[in-house]
Design a protein around this ligand. Structure first.
Ligand SMILES: [Zn+2]
Length: 324
């Protein structure tokens, strides 16, 4: 029989992504289904089970062909019990016994962790982290998420709140965050955060700028519009990007001072600005980190894009190796 495979699932509010991987982390099959969050999300796990059964049938595979299944999910995860609660973008307000349902229906060992954590595992294993034992991952998307791998272990903390990099305070007098606290990194470096910074700064900017004009005219602008304008030399947009990079440099500098990882990997939609973003964050990172950290901790762009989640999720199943 061929080597047993890993199955990774990246569950999100609009889609669930699936991948079948080798134990070395190579993706062999990949597919996506829509997430049906109706009726308090009661269809989600059943749809996932049905989709896996359908695919295994299609590929002429059985439960015996798998080491295990790993899943990344939003919400608060109890890794031992395999449950999820408070995943509001799935309409999962109450406790969901995901592991129990999956194992009963499929007969394959199942492991689950937070979605940002599994994305960190993915980038560490197959992406920019180059399988280093010390990697911190930050994702700049609709929110700001994070995951920390330290000395080979994903950090969870006492209640699973470790690695919530989005809630690092970067401006004590700053904007209110959805978490109830003020000045979180998420309020200034997520996609909406960048726009919020631009709106605030436009109140005091007197010069000529197309982006400022659009804001003053009440037009909808995106973080991408701001980064695009900055790359084209718009003076105001450059000031906004510089401010956002200052906050990111402050946060990553302090992460470096605390954890001294080999790599701090930046991913998510906002990081599509690439080197243009990275070199500006690097400048402030160097300002806010001390010598040994500055010389040994490297800022990098994520490499796996949307695949980080399924790859990292699949890696959770490696814990079942030899245990069947
Ligand atoms: Zn917060």
């Amino acid at each position: 029989m061929a080597e047993e495979k890993l199955l990774g699932i990246d569950l999100g509010g609009t889609t669930a992504k699936f991948a079948i991987l080798t134990q070395e982390g190579d993706i062999q099959q990949k597919w996506t289904i829509e997430t049906n969050i109706l009726d308090d999300g009661i269809h989600i796990v059943d749809d996932i089970i049905a989709s896996i059964k359908h695919r295994l049938n299609l590929y002429q595979m059985t439960a015996e062909d798998f080491v295990g299944i790993g899943m990344g999910s939003p919400g608060v995860i109890d890794r031992k019990a395999g449950t999820v609660v408070g995943a509001y973008n799935l309409n999962w307000a109450t406790l969901q016994p995901v592991k129990e349902k999956m194992e009963k229906a499929l007969g394959i060992p199942f492991a689950i962790d937070n979605d940002a954590n599994v994305a960190a595992l993915g980038e560490r294993w197959q992406g920019a982290g180059e399988n280093s034992p010390d990697v911190t991952f930050i994702t700049l998307g609709t929110g700001v998420g994070g995951g920390i791998v330290a000395e080979g272990h994903l950090l969870h903390g006492v209640v699973g709140a470790a690695g919530e990099i989005g809630h690092i305070t970067v401006d004590p007098d700053g904007f209110m965050c959805t978490c109830g606290k003020r000045g979180c990194l998420e309020t200034v470096a997520s996609a909406t955060g960048v726009v919020r910074v631009a709106r605030k700064m436009s109140e005091e900017f007197a010069g000529d700028s197309e982006i400022k004009q659009q804001i003053d005219d009440g037009e909808d602008i995106s973080s991408k519009d701001i980064f695009d304008a900055a790359q084209e030399g718009d003076h105001f947009a450059l000031l906004v990007v510089d401010k956002v990079c200052y906050y990111l440099g402050l946060a990553t500098g302090n992460i470096g001072n605390m954890l001294n990882p080999s790599d701090i990997v930046i991913g998510g939609g906002v990081s599509a600005a690439g080197e243009f973003l990275l070199e500006r964050v690097q400048k402030y990172f160097e300002q806010f980190s001390f010598t040994q950290v500055r010389e040994s901790t490297h800022l990098k762009l994520a490499q796996l894009g949307n695949d980080a989640g399924v790859i990292g999720a699949a890696s959770l199943a490696l814990q079942f190796l030899g245990g069947k």
